[in-house]
Write a protein that binds this ligand. Structure first.
Ligand code: B1M
Length: 216
């Protein structure tokens, strides 16, 4: 692996946002593939932080500064990773479910969906079940996308499905879910249409799903 990628990962782990920003820009200038910078630099660094967090070797403040460094790096990469088309392919409402403040994965998903040509309405983190549906109704969305990073907040995805069913709106939307603790069988269990494991797959699947639905 290139030394600069390793350095990006190391500075991210230390929460040094300025260094991460500078190095990401430098790597791009040197012609390093943006996906490599994202996967082997930023995401790999965050995985190390996650492991240390799990083992009580670092704590919330350290994780928070690492997350800020990650976001700073992603902001530099965004224009390279996203090539937005002209025609909006569809509209999507995306948020992190109630009780959950993790937004890095959600923001990556948003970035990739924008790149695939979707108009995105980001409703943020810690979102009430009804807010997903109210926003989808307001803007005429095709997709409702939910992210959850905590095992304790996964059930709040079920709540969104329940409210959709109660309001008789279940079939109106393509429902997509994701996040580290979520999987295919959980999606089946709650009656969501798609689980996808990462942002790129989410964008691919979203594109296909909307195109199929528009064909009838
Ligand atoms: Co949190 N945290 N955290 N944390 N945190 C985890 C998730 C944890 C696994 C760490 C650990 O123990 N190893 C653990 C959860 C354990 C569990 O429930 N199983 C945990 C915990 C316990 C907590 C707190 C409870 C800690 C505490 O306060 N004691 C607390 C909860 C706060 C809350 O939400 N109410 C907390 C707080 C935080 C910070 C605020 C400090 C910070 C978040 C900052 C932020 O997001 N702005 C944070 C972070 C950074 C993490 C880790 C280290 C990294 C998460 C991350 O950003 N990963 C995380 C450990 C880990 O995941 N290894 C951890 C990078 C990101 C790109 O990946 O979000 O998985 P991810 O997104 C992926 C895919 O999942 C997918 O695409 C993305 C990439 O392509 N994806 C989707 C995501 N959403 C999708 C939606 C889709 C499709 C795909 O369709 C719509």
């Amino acid at each position: 692996m290139e030394a600069i990628i390793q350095e990006i990962s190391t500075f991210l782990q230390k929460g040094r946002a300025k260094n991460v920003k500078t190095l990401v820009q430098q790597a791009l200038d040197e012609g390093v593939n943006p996906k490599e910078i994202l996967n082997d630099g930023l995401l790999a660094g965050m995985m190390v932080v996650g492991e240390k967090f799990k083992n009580n070797q670092v704590f919330v403040p350290e994780v928070l500064v690492a997350a800020r460094a990650m976001s700073a790096g992603i902001a530099i990469l965004e224009p390279k990773l996203v090539e937005v088309g002209n025609e909006p392919l569809g509209k999507a409402v995306i948020g992190t479910v109630k009780g959950d403040l993790h937004d890095i994965g959600k923001n990556l998903v948003i970035m990739m969906l924008k790149g695939a040509g979707f108009e995105i309405h980001d409703i943020g983190v810690d979102v009430e079940a009804s807010a997903f549906i109210d926003k989808a109704e307001e803007i005429g969305a095709d997709i409702i996308g939910m992210s959850a990073l905590l095992t304790t907040t996964m059930p709040n995805m079920q709540e969104v499905m329940d409210v959709l069913n109660e309001r008789g709106l279940r079939d109106k939307y393509i429902v997509m879910i994701g996040g580290a603790p979520v999987n295919e069988s959980f999606a089946e269990q709650i009656g969501a249409d798609y689980y996808t494991p990462d942002a790129a797959t989410c964008a691919e699947v979203a594109k296909k799903a909307v195109q199929e639905r528009k064909k009838g």
